[in-house]
Design a protein around this ligand. Sequence first.
Ligand code: NI
Length: 170
Amino acid sequence: MALLPILRYPDPRLHKVAEPVREVDDRIRQLVRDMAETMYDAPGVGLAATQVDVHERVVVIDVSEEGNDLRVLINPEILWKSDELQVYEEGCLSVPGVYDQVQRAARIRVRALNENGETYEFDAEGLLAVCVQHEMDHLLGKVFVEYLSPLKQNRIRTKLRKQEREALRA
Ligand code: NI
């Protein structure tokens, strides 16, 4: 097991589009274990492989209070989205300290492979629906701040670059 370094916005590697996983093998299972450990350590409720600079369609999510309900989504697809939307205050491990409201489908149906390469489906609403859509955006190279106004995006980039410079000096 290993903690993986998380890319920080505005790192251009966050905008790479992930490739489908061809085979769920030991390499992918190791990646899943390392991503889960990294997510729990952060702590966060979701992590996409893109955020650890691996550009394959792998996501881990755990929205439970106790941190004991890990979901592994390999090659996830959204089969259905409700017309009804919900607004949620989102954050992201790649955009530390920034939280803002994003509107997304309120309910979704998802199909993915688990770490054994088995297909499964589930319905999601509330935070889980938000999280799945947020993480699947990462796989397409999209960070949640891209839903915000250009002015806010500029402010966030400036703030994070400043944080990075201060961290380097420290
Ligand atoms: Ni994120």
